[in-house]
Write a protein that binds this ligand. Structure first.
Ligand SMILES: Cc1ncc(COP(=O)(O)O)c(C=O)c1O
Length: 461
């Protein structure tokens, strides 16, 4: 059985290598959950049937990428793969300087350092991803989100829910003073992979220029964002995804990217920018913590795979297929009345848990409880983006809970078939039909920063 009347076009690739996946019993999964402190980061991946924890580093590489690994030049400095990568990135972004990093968060760390962020500094974004926020936090600076209000209305349809509220941004700059960095995250992961329009990027760029604030794109999913612009911003419908991406980058001063998403690789990242001084500071620091600036904590072969992945990710057939998969999953859930953040995002469907489990208050971590049920009953691993990840305690001891309580079903690139998606749809529907049986959780170990990676929980009695 398929889940909607609209047929999926066949993927623009065929399968050459397969990786077996194993189904466990509910009894086994209950035990595994207990042993893992109900934290999926502690469960051995081989015990997961369908893994939707993240789209990060989970892509299937193409034969062209795998072939590229054999061309890895493992010289310590100035390896030939760096020059290939540099060329590809310069072509897509238009930026002069390219610095590979081992993943996105080290790029964030290097940028924070190069911009001298400290306690006196303020940074703003449409919505910072959690590692970016954490890097800013440990630098001492403050991080504020200015995503448009529509982003917090889960059922509201809006073409570009990732947009930054430029009026609020300008107000903030005028009233609160110095801002040291503006980051626009494309697409907005924390908001469900919602895209940012080119019109919005242009507006932000004008404000950044007016107040002389460095403006960077967090470009982890730049190609998916470019495809949304093609579909939804009429003015750009006749441009290729690559031409749109080039425009996106042309309005910012630089970018940092986790290549583990739209780089179609399992590890890697980079910074690209035009400012020579910032570039120098990045190079100095990275030689100490990340490696020589032409390899950035990666092997030459990894650089080659990223260069090839960045080229493939902008192919229109690929982006159409990717978009279609997400739409298919969304339509299947929608038909059954499952509440999720609308419209469907670029890399994930984010279940709206306040409406999915209205009987569990946020203080009892309903989104976490839903991820536990998804695994216990159906062997699916998903990510909590709710009270465990984002609640915080004020100085007076009061807990502040996030506006949205979400479970993210992130779809790895080129990994799962329509049959897998049908299984996911059936599983979510099954839980929705039995939702009253799902109970709340409590935290028994709280590590503080980036709590969801290391926390331990247990079900409430
Ligand atoms: C938007 C965004 N920025 C940055 C990162 C951090 O990248 P990495 O996991 O490669 O450190 C992520 C990871 O999920 C992300 O989604």
């Amino acid at each position: 059985m398929t889940h909607n009347d609209q047929k999926l076009k066949p993927p623009p690739f065929k399968i050459k290598v397969v990786e077996p996946i194993k189904k466990t019993t509910r009894k086994e999964r209950k035990k595994l959950l207990e042993e893992a402190g109900y934290n999926f980061f502690n469960i051995a991946a081989e015990n997961i049937y369908i893994d939707l924890l993240t789209d990060s580093g989970t892509s299937a590489m193409s034969d062209y990428q795998w072939a590229g690994l054999m061309l890895g030049d493992e010289s310590y400095a100035q390896c030939k793969n760096f020059f290939h990568l540099e060329n590809v990135i310069q072509d897509i972004t238009g930026y002069k300087y390219v610095v590979p990093t081992h993943q996105g968060r080290s790029a964030e760390n290097l940028i924070c350092h190069a911009l001298n962020l400290d306690q006196s500094k303020v940074t703003v974004s449409n919505q910072f991803f959690d590692t970016t926020r954490a890097n800013i936090k440990i630098s001492g600076a403050r991080a504020y989100d200015f995503v448009i209000a529509e982003a917090y209305k889960p059922s509201l349809l809006h073409d570009f829910k990732g947009n930054l509220d430029t009026n609020a941004l300008e107000d903030f700059i005028q009233n609160k003073g110095d801002v040291s960095l503006i980051v626009v995250t494309v697409t907005n992961n924390a908001g469900g992979g919602q895209p940012v329009s080119l019109a919005n990027i242009i507006e932000v760029s004008k404000i950044a220029k007016k107040y002389k604030i460095p403006f960077f794109l967090d470009a982890a999913r730049f190609a998916e964002n470019a495809y949304f612009i093609k579909l939804r911003e009429k003015k750009y419908q006749n441009l290729s995804p690559k031409e749109i991406a080039q425009k996106m980058f042309s309005y910012a001063d630089g970018c940092m990217m986790s290549a583990k998403k739209d780089g179609l690789v399992n590890i890697g990242g980079f910074i690209a920018l035009n400012d020579e001084q910032i570039y120098r500071r990045i190079k100095e620091r990275m030689t100490v913590i990340e490696g020589f600036p032409t390899y950035g904590g990666l092997a030459g072969r990894d650089l080659e795979a990223i260069a090839r992945g960045l080229t493939e990710v902008l192919e229109e057939d690929y982006l159409e297929y990717r978009h279609q998969q997400l739409e298919y999953l969304g339509k299947g859930l929608e038909k059954a009345g499952i509440p999720f953040i609308k419209p469907v995002g670029g890399h994930s469907i984010n279940l709206d848990v306040k409406r999915f489990l209205p009987h569990i208050p946020q203080s009892e971590f309903p989104a976490w409880a839903l991820t536990v049920a998804l695994y216990e009953y159906h062997g699916i691993r998903a990510a909590e983006l709710g009270s465990v990840a984002f609640s915080r305690q004020q100085e007076d001891g009061k807990w502040i809970f996030p506006e949205l309580e979400q479970v993210r079903l992130a779809i790895p690139r080129r990994v799962y078939s329509q049959e897998h998606l049908d299984y996911v749809i059936d599983s979510v529907i099954d839980l929705y039909e039995h939702k009253e049986e799902i109970t709340g959780m409590k935290i028994i170990y709280d590590p503080g920063i980036l709590r969801h990676f290391n926390a331990k929980l247990c079900p409430l009695d």
